[in-house]
Design a protein around this ligand. Sequence first.
Ligand code: CFM
Ligand code: HCA
Length: 530
Amino acid sequence: MNARNIVLDQYSAKIYKNRKEHIMEVTEETKTQPIAANTRTVPGIITNRGCCYAGCKGVVLGPLKDVLVLTHGPIGCGFYSWGTRRNKAKAEDGRNFIEYCFSTDLQEPDIVFGGEKKLRQAIDEAMKIFNPKCIMICSTCPVGLIGDDIHAVAAEAEKEYGISCMAFSCEGYKGVSQSGGHHIANNTVMRRIIGTGDVQPTKKFRINILGEYNIGGDGWEQERILKRIGYEVVAVFTGDGSYDALSKSHTAQLNLVQCHRSINYIAEMMKTKYGIDWIKVNFVGLEAIIRSLRDMAMYFGDPELSARTEEVIADEMAGIAEAKDYYFSKLKGKTAALFVGGSRAHHYQKLLADFGVKTVLAGYEFAHRDDYEGREVIPTIKEDADSKNIEHIEVEKDPDKYQAFLTAEQYELLKSKIQLEDYYGMIPEMENGSIVVDDLNQFETDEFIKLLKPDIFFSGVKDKYQIQKAGVVSKQLHSYDYSGPYAGFTGAINFARDVTMGIYTPAWGLVTAPWKNKSVLKAKLAGGEQ
Ligand code: CFM
Ligand code: HCA
């Protein structure tokens, strides 16, 4: 029996029926079959997922350094999303709000009598102390339940203080994971910020990087490479990002999409409204970076730019050649499991492959089917009540600001050569025999470790210690365990160094998994239905 069936067979009939759609062994046949994704976690199962608020405030809006992001809710949500994601930012004009945790700190009486008064007070206090030009209010679960009208309070604040104030109804329970929160944030950033500023272009080739949050400095490393080649980076969404930069982003000629899951909405809307094409890039993994840089050069079709691209690639590769060979010799033949949010489980497979590491299991917390299978499945994805709960906005062509860089013929020609407005998904690129798991849970983590025995398990803080107790080194692919950057050429070496240190640490061989020396309680999972 294969590992997938061994794990599934331990479930009761009801859970089996649900989970079998989310777990796949990759074969020639299953590669083209659908996987269930973006649906509710079975109640009672210990999932690694986060919430809608985490996706909106924590992921997309939180990194904006000149915006005061105010969490309207009890203090826990604001506190837990304060700095834990390691999205770095440098102060401009002495301003860097991401160092702070702003919250209305709702208490029980506010839940009973309403929290709008406290929200107004918090905004007034924020204006007096920090005088920001933009405040974003993000609501957490109880706010939605008691019905505070955060949008009305935001509109009042705009009038009273002459600032821009936006409200995000991103209560944690909206949607089945962080993903709904990305969408909510994307909608308002598109409606209210993009296209409102203006800029004098300084360089011939102007790009935005979408879905790059500068975790551990990844975005800075990408910008360094792109600037070396001669690109002007107009805006990064949203790592080390700013309201100002985003407002001018419609003046770029091309959008690079690093994390497809969290931001494909903006990429599509900017195409419709401003005519800006997007390409899927990956700055994690050496071959992947080189492919992305060449795709970009091909998009602009400028011989000088292409030559400069090759020069920079050659120089960066020469700089890391010795270290690359060394770490390849240490890591070749090792195996890895990856379970992360909605894009890294794919990106990091490429980087691991650069060092000869084979992926035996990969999965996402909250990806949609297109992230697994490729964008061509989008028309076949069925909307359920949870996804309909998240607003889908339509935008129109802007008569003044619409500017397509390519002609229709050039576009068609390029589409057959590069991932132009396309994303192939993770599964088609995985090896036969590997396992894909959507919304992996605690039980399945233990079971797959026993069966697949990966040398390293990449995941997050919630399951890190569970994995290590099983005697397998766990590396956090969200926060990088306080290391990084891992993107770019030198980032690849940082990564290989950390992975080598982890795998070669003798401690893991000394750990005895609890199930090896203690009797394990036998029980049926969930309900007892057979
Ligand atoms: Fe995109 Fe991200 Fe990810 Fe994500 Fe996240 Fe993240 Fe992630 Mo944690 S935006 S989907 S919601 S690449 S915070 S920077 S690491 S789960 S794989
Ligand atoms: C989030 C943020 C998170 C959590 C990481 C983890 C991050 O989804 O709320 O579970 O270890 O990257 O910080 O994904």
